[in-house]
Design a protein around this ligand. Sequence first.
Ligand code: GLC
Length: 744
Amino acid sequence: MNNKFTFVTKIFLIKYFCVLFTICFVEGSFAQTNQIESKIDSLLSRMTLEEKIGQLNQFAGTNKQRDELVEEGKVGSFLGVKGAAEINRIQKIAMEKSRLKIPIIFGNDVIHGYKTTFPIPLAASCSWDTELVKSSAGIAAFEAASEGTNWTFAPMVDIARDPRWGRIAEGAGEDPYLGSAMAIALVEGFQGKNLSDKNTIAACAKHFVAYGAAEGGRDYNTVDISDRTLKEIYLPPFKAAVDAGVVTIMSAFNSLNGVPASANHYTITDILKNSWRFNGFVVSDYNSIGELINHGIAGNKAQAALKAITAGVDMDMVGDTIEGYVYEPNLSKLIDEKKLSIKVIDASVRRILRVKYRLGLFEHPYVDTSYFRNNSLASSYKNSVALRLAEESIVLLKNKKNILPLKKDIKSIAVIGPLADDHYDPLGPWACMPVPENVVTVLQGIKNLVPASTKIKYIKGCEIIGGDKKEFDNAVKVAGESDVVILILGESAGMSGEAASRTNIDLPGFQEKLAETIFKVGKPVVVVLMNGRPLTINWIAENIPSVLECWFLGDQTGNAIANVLFGNYNPSGKLSVSFPRSTGQIPVYYNHLNTGRPFQENNKYTSKYLDSPNTPFFPFGYGLSYTTFKYDSIKISENKIKIGDTTSVSVKVMNTGKAAGEEIVQLYLRDLVASVSRPVKELKGFKRIYLNPGEEKTVTFSITPAMLKFYNIDMKKVIKPGKFQIMIGGNSNAALSDYFYVEE
Ligand code: GLC
């Protein structure tokens, strides 16, 4: 009796204290929220109109005149200011000379690292390793905060299905589910558990919204998509970021269905602020408010200011274009002319002050250099995260005849190509405070790994773009004298990122010609690609026996690529974006509709091209390994469930090869019949497993009601009874499949 009584008492006490803790925690954060709101009330009541509008202004860079504006309380934020000394200098003016001592928030583009440069986001998304991506963001936040940046304009969560668009490099590819997972990881990494900690920074999900759907893949171009596509494809990663607690959102340059994103009340206020209850603030993209005049929805800056502020854009990024400011001085004029209510201004100021309070800027406005000196992150830790993320971002596209992994005692290697000994381009677009001399080049990485006895011959062979074929003969000679050729080809960092769209996504310059020339020498050739977008690499993919997609991997480029080349790391990366066979095939993506005439090989009158297969060259979710994995024994726990019930599916995965390795097991679902056409498959889950040769594991996924919801014909999110197909495998062509039914 005693034992039972003690047991019951223990359980009761545990539950009691859990409930108590939860109440205290919720009450605590509730009390803290209330405290902040009342502080804002008090501050707002003392602010002049000029000081209120000042909070809505963000300037790019500092100067004497802006020092005065800071002193007059007319600046809420700066972008592009870096370094503790300058940031503390500006902050001192705000905290000691301005009337109300409201701290400035300093934003910068910490996209894939601050000083330590990690793989570009498109590369990192191919790791599918959200925990590691989160760690990289935590390091970036620490380094940025240590030098005064307390706000990053990241994560970029734009879904991109068009590789002509250079900014595909900055996001997580074509899929909303993977894009949402990466958005959450980055927001949590940047903002940490407590936004007011000194080593965390405010995140900013951008560019709201559908910027990646620019027509023709041409940056800043028009976007015209259905509400369904907006809600099923482009909004989900932003919703995930908001649910993860992102405190700022950046409105985009593009027009969306005729209404510019930076004046779009429907997306910013109706969806983001009202429906999703986002309580942070919205900053415009770089003068995207001023550009409402170019969009033709404002005749002058005053009208642009009115449109943007009433749509819900709280802060004007760099309104101070050469023609002059936007929010300042136009908003005060609009108030005087009674065209705008002070309530609208107050609501925006409140949001900005709320983020500054939550960041702890009022308590610790200055960079606490002693804190960072006493709590520095070890370089070994930072480099280990950078190396591991780089290794996991590499996708093995092809490995015919198993040339890879190379033997470490190989006698001689030819390292050829314009990106082989390059300290700059591997940093990729949007490197923040990079240290090029810290970049391990591919050539150096190979030298670091092989024994001194291995003869390594390096020749550039040609330029990335332009140039000539003068070095081809020498390259052929070097290749002929070596046991294997490593050919490092791709794009320059500036050929992707912002304002870097391409109509032709072949390898630029003479690089493919160089590959063809070297191939004829007859030695084993491995191509290592470094690029910021999928490329049309048909000749290489068809002829070169081994191809690694390495994107731009940052500081640890050479060590990561060498570790994969020589088998120290067995590649596990999976493409987060499809590789088209030609530009003419774009857009090509995996989660497409079936159409009324789905492709049939022997039926002309089905949806197809005369000159190309429908399928991409490499599909979403694809990536090889140095081993092989077998999937079988798919089993659904309950294959008839009621609406709202959960079931689960398990599958056995075996390593049937000779090398240990990681596999990213992917779960896809298909709703076979619904009130609207549904995609032939949608990613709904993924798990990373490690298997030794011969080892088998059972991987189980829950199938939850949330996975089965879709926007019905009335655009209401519902679950409907019907038949669903499950597909599980190592890429989006997952063959292992089974069915289950949802009943009323
Ligand atoms: C740029 C980009 C945006 C960036 C901002 C600040 O134009 O569109 O992504 O964060 O300006 O640099």
